[in-house]
Design a protein around this ligand. Structure first.
Ligand code: ADP
Ligand code: UDP
Length: 236
């Protein structure tokens, strides 16, 4: 597979065309942003960790019956994925209150929910990814009702698999963001990434934060948290 022209440079990844029109090459960067791009920085080694962690999670989820865009890991930072048309929704699952939920609802972080919650943000940087509901998503033609139903089912399945997997590693899966896309035949698959950039991970015993909140909140030891999560997930 040949790497061709760059199609897109995002905040955390670059996307390249390949000689297969159905396949893209994703390259993970060390760049980090938070608060809708207002805070910028670098987390040394992050790109390689997020690439490896994402690919590990995508393969685990495939085994558990969740269709994903994953094709092949090429190197530390580069991976081939099936090209999709991204559904412009950030799908957020929460098991424990934190972050924007705590702020919006005026509750402390760390409330363990009896059932996971789901919410959608309209993926639009100019608007700051506003919170919307499923009716808004359908009204805006971001997705059909059938697609929303599929996405919901898959997102909760991802949560079941990941929550159990991380529990075994001594990590509480607090919340995370997923993106889904459509293959050329319309099939909905899980796309983008699953990493300490897109999930909140708390050590089950110490409740230490092992994710991007260390960068967002200037907690220090940011690199160490990513390395620790990589070690627990990949055993290296
Ligand atoms: P952002 O666009 O939010 O800055 P990234 O830096 O992670 O994010 O850029 C990666 C881009 O690639 C995102 O816009 C994401 O939606 C998109 N993407 C992820 N997986 C695929 C895929 N399989 N096909 C097409 N686009 C994808
Ligand atoms: N998240 C993400 N990208 C975003 C917004 C959120 O990956 O653009 C993830 C974030 O890492 C967390 C979850 O989604 O695991 C919920 O984030 P929240 O809504 O609490 O927003 P934040 O506190 O990150 O602003």
């Amino acid at each position: 597979m040949e790497k061709l022209n760059q199609l897109y440079e995002g905040k955390a990844k670059k996307v390249f065309a390949t000689d297969d029109p159905e396949v893209l090459l994703v390259s993970y960067k060390d760049d980090a942003t938070a608060f809708n791009g207002l805070k910028k920085g670098t987390i040394s080694g992050k790109g390689a960790i997020n690439n490896r962690v994402t690919n590990f999670m995508m393969q685990l989820l495939e085994k558990e019956g969740v269709p994903t865009h994953y094709v092949k890991e090429l190197s530390d930072r580069e991976t081939l994925v099936k090209k999709v048309s991204i559904v412009p929704l950030e799908v957020i699952i929460r098991n424990i209150s934190a972050g924007s939920f705590s702020k919006r609802c005026g509750v402390e972080e760390g409330i363990v929910f009896e059932q996971p919650t789901i919410e959608f943000s309209y993926k639009n940087d100019e608007l700051g990814d506003p919170l919307i509901n499923a009716y808004h998503a359908v009204a805006l033609k971001l997705a059909t009702w059938d697609e929303i139903e599929t996405i919901k089912k898959l997102a909760f399945k991802v949560n079941d698999v990941m929550k159990a997997y991380f529990k075994n590693l001594g990590v509480d899966l607090v919340d995370f963001k997923l993106e889904f896309g459509r293959l050329s035949d319309g099939t909905i698959v899980l796309a983008d990434e699953i990493s300490p950039d897109t999930c909140r991970f708390w050590d089950s015993e110490t409740h230490e934060k092992l994710d991007k909140d260390r960068f967002r909140r200037d907690l220090g030891n940011v690199e160490d948290a990513y390395i620790e999560m990589k070690k627990r997930i990949l055993g290296e």
